[in-house]
Design a protein around this ligand. Structure first.
Ligand code: UD1
Ligand code: CA
Length: 480
């Protein structure tokens, strides 16, 4: 049986008090819509339709960015006239000939797990129902839609709290908003919706009573873990889900053999893969699709996004790295900035106040202090001295610097790109490299050093500074 999916995400989310659409707010470093899509993908739906409305373009862009490997379809709901109207918009993106099952869920319910969705689909198929939805029992059913059953316990409808009688409002079983419906039934039930309710909206919930009135079998699948169905409606709910989500992620990592020195300040994305025996210090953010090899140590205060770190590497205090690869046995920081396209092949050392961008360092090469290496290819076993700078930008374009194997690039060297330095080259400190240096050469561009003897004493006298200069007398004699 084939499954299509519709994710309702057109609402504004008024209570967020935000200029941004609600589904773009992030949980564990990801827009909540991206998390929902990942869970729904577990059912391999075809198509997967996202109904957008409020900030449609931004939501579409966020979905595209998070789901690059496979594509979603988008349906525009404008204006937003209720969940039923939204589902109808979504259905318009599903071929009229599609005769499988349609899953419907919300973009603002980001904790629903793939396993729960699979169990739900399985139970729907076994029950023989044409329409199933997920319900939960709550001690405080608040404003949720109540599940109304007949005396035999069969579901007959869902009643919104606003439209419910006091007796109905006392019911603790509520609708989570996740449905699985046979396509043909969904088409006709949605076509029948009328906005006859307190909010004058098209309620998706009304498809339940409609299906029952047609004599179709309807099932409510009672889920055990209400936390999975928590929706986000406010900043407070966002923060509380953020905390719960992080705790869940961190617990899984610790169970898998990762040490988190202070789990309360470990901010790790669900998509991160962290090998056993890593030690993650306090205040570390590991975002996106990071891959951290076995035995990596992070001392603390690091921000990593889409970074691969090889086994046994050591990230000292204050590393920021993005879209880059750090090989095995590297030593990074303290206070290092590895920008996009940095590639360290292994056994590298990047020390304090070094910035790299689109820089490839071969095995064992080092830049230990105060450097900028941008648009550079550096060979194996080369030492980049303190304060070396690749001069890569002419105001219009970026240019490439190539440095060979086993070089010693002296302190305070500038390499004016495009430029190439061969293998086994020594560059004297303070050199400005302007043209290609052949293999094995020493390159230097020193100004000859001069001394003006006695100069300091004169200078001080002119400023009425009475301090003596050590050895002044001798210097004056020599200068005569
Ligand atoms: C809905 C259900 C309620 C259920 C609750 C669970 C209805 C009528 N009620 O209520 O039974 O207990 O969810 O959370 O369905 N949306 C659109 N377009 C619209 C309106 C909403 O796309 O015109 C989207 C929203 O972006 C959101 C989702 O649908 O993701 C749910 O909408 P919301 O207004 O939060 O529904 P509730 O009133 O909470
Ligand atoms: Ca809601």
């Amino acid at each position: 049986m084939s499954v299509a999916a519709i994710i309702l995400a057109a609402g504004k989310g008024t209570r967020m008090r935000s200029a941004r659409a609600k589904v773009l707010h992030e949980i564990a470093g990801e827009p909540m819509i991206a998390r929902v899509i990942r869970s729904v993908r577990a059912l391999a739906p075809d198509p997967l339709v996202v109904v957008v409305g409020h900030q449609a373009a931004e939501v579409e862009a966020a979905v595209a960015a998070s789901d690059a490997t496979s594509s979603c379809r988008f349906a525009l709901q404008e204006p937003q006239r209720g969940t039923g109207d939204s589902a109808r918009c979504g259905l318009s993106e599903i071929a009229p000939t599609f005769n499988g099952e349609v899953l419907i869920t919300y973009g603002d319910m980001p904790s629903i797990s793939p396993a729960t969705l699979r169990d739900f689909v399985e139970s729907h198929r076994q029950s023989g129902a044409k329409l199933s939805f997920i319900s939960i029992r709550l001690a405080d059913p608040a404003a949720y839609g109540r599940v109304i059953r007949d005396s035999a316990g069969r579901v007959i409808s869902i009643r919104e709290a606003r439209d419910a009688s006091p007796a109905e409002r006392a019911i603790g079983e509520i609708n989570t908003g996740v449905y699985l419906v046979e396509a043909s039934l969904l088409r006709s039930a949605l076509a029948n919706l009328k906005p006859n309710n307190a909010q004058k909206e098209y309620y998706l919930t009304d498809i339940v009573a409609d299906a029952v009135s047609r004599g179709e079998k309807v099932a409510a699948w009672i889920a055990h873990d209400p936390a999975e169905f928590a929706g986000i409606n406010s900043r407070e709910e966002l923060a509380s889900m953020e905390k719960q989500t992080r705790e869940t992620i961190n617990r899984k990592l610790m169970d898998a053999g990762v040490t988190l020195i202070d789990p309360a300040t470990a901010y790790i994305s669900e998509q991160a893969a962290i090998a056993p025996d890593c030690v993650i210090g306090p205040n570390v953010q590991i975002l996106g699709k990071c891959k951290i090899g076995a035995g990596v140590k992070m001392d603390g205060t690091a921000w990593l996004s889409n970074v691969t770190v090889g086994a046994r590497s050591h990230l000292k205090l204050g590393v920021r790295a993005e879209d880059c690869t750090i090989g095995e046995d590297c030593d990074i920081g303290p206070f290092a900035h590895l920008r996009a396209g940095t590639e360290l092949l292994g056994h590298n050392r990047i020390g304090n106040f070094v910035e790299t961008k689109k820089a490839r360092l071969g095995h064992g090469s080092k830049a230990s202090h105060l450097s900028y290496l941008g648009d550079a290819t550096i060979g194996d076993d080369t030492n980049v001295g303190c304060g070396v700078i690749t001069v890569n930008y002419d105001g219009y374009e970026k240019h490439h610097t190539t440095i060979g194997d086993r070089c010693m690039v002296g302190c305070d060297t500038q390499l004016v790109a495009p430029v190439k330095v061969g293998d086994d080259v020594y560059v004297a400190s303070g050199t400005t490299i302007l043209r290609e240096v052949p293999n094995g050469a020493l390159a230097m561009s020193h100004h000859p050093q001069r001394e003006k003897l006695g100069w300091v004493a004169n200078w001080r006298r002119r400023h009425n500074d009475t301090r003596a200069v050590n050895g002044e007398h001798q210097a004056e004699i020599k200068s005569k």
